[in-house]
Ligand binder design. Sequence first.
Ligand SMILES: [Zn+2]
Length: 103
Amino acid sequence: MGLPVKSKYPPGLIVSNGKKYAIGGQQWIEVPMNTTLETVSQYLVYERPVRTVEIFSVKGSRGNIYEVRHNLENDAWFCTCPGARFHGKHCKHIKGTISAKPI
Ligand SMILES: [Zn+2]
């Protein structure tokens, strides 16, 4: 793993079990104890996603095409199908898109 590691989230620092880690999203990188938020960029750099919204076209069960949008900034999902708007939660198109996504 090359340094610095790129993170989609602004890095934070945490001390755990006598070791210091730079954290960006789900990534934990061990750093020297004297690392500060000013010097953490040697190990972990915040790289704002170029695309902030991903758009997927999903075919519904009746052949309709719905647009599923994923906001990368706040990890919010949106679907244009009536069900998603009505229930206000993840419809099957969003769930299907999430499960098909490589992590
Ligand atoms: Zn939907």
